[in-house]
Design a protein around this ligand. Sequence first.
Ligand code: FES
Length: 103
Amino acid sequence: MSDWTDVAAETDLFEGAGVPVAPGGRDIALYSQGGQVFATDNLCTHGHARLCDGFLEGFEIECPFHQGRFDIRTGQATGAPCTEAVKSWPVKVEGGRVWLALD
Ligand code: FES
């Protein structure tokens, strides 16, 4: 059974961009898309860019540095120069709050 951590209000999120949160000192980006919420590590696996500063189109987040892409549902790299996935985190929305199942 997962322990869920309250990381944000659902109203803090908006479609089309990532929102950074830092539970326990981690750097995680939340995304609201298609009525669902997703979470990945915020740091691009190609460099030192933060994905919350990127551009969200559909279910892909585009890195602001070199336009690499990741699928926000799985963390898989979907566009060069990124080849390594970012970690994705289980999310639930309950009581108007966003919860993550952290390690
Ligand atoms: Fe993200 Fe290069 S730092 S694509």
